[in-house]
Ligand binder design. Sequence first.
Ligand code: KIV
Length: 275
Amino acid sequence: MKKTVETFAKAKLSGEKLTMLTAYDYSTAKLIDAAGIDAILVGDSLGNVMLGYEDTLSVTVEDMIHHGAAVARGAKEALVVVDMPFMSYQTSVYDAVVNAGRLMKEGRAQAVKLEGGVEMADRIKAITDCGIPVMAHIGLTPQSINAFGGFKVQGKSEAQAKKFMEDAMAVQEAGAFAVTFECVPAKLADLATKKLAIPTIGIGAGAGCDGQVLVYADACGMFSDFTPKFVKRFGEAGAVITEAVKGYISEVKAGTYPQEQHTYKIDDEVIEKLY
Ligand code: KIV
């Protein structure tokens, strides 16, 4: 059965943990969906993972539509959440609504995610008022990397922790159906999770959150440019792919692939006429 924002609301009430991984293409979405994940995030981390940028800032609405639609075709059951990229909503409430609409109409998103708390509450409200569910994202928000001065844990000082709690309350008040907490101390995320009525999805925010999200390439051992402390590799798919490619290379070089069962037949008479 297709998971929806209702699935998220029910999980918050029942205490069942929510699971989310990123995906950026049809085939990977199919694999992740078949494993029984609750939600797939078409994260703007596609900038790093798929496009090789050093941050997420160059990702465009067109990129997100292209990859979102591919994932949506592969995700039969998981809720598909598509990230709003940098400068697609910060500029104005109008831009936020138009671009969220494009991600839903053209990118087939079931929900969008955007970064920011108190400052983005008017965007969250305007988008949800149009019937587009919004997942908020607070704590370390990678689109503000230049303002933060790097990838740093957020919410450690009293002032930062207070701001984090205000942001959490503001996005709930604005109508977000869930909120991602990135790179904040576990005790802070735990307290906010207890205070909020909407589910919290942690990444580097400890086990007290209502659910967890990871970049699939990190979780599956396929990306090693940068490995944050919170990442656990649940498999070594990267090594499996490299081994498979080595096998392919050595069989092609040795002439042992392709074999007869990999080829198509033609009647000898047809061939003879060509001599
Ligand atoms: O883009 C992304 O992958 C994300 C996760 C880190 C939550 O926003």
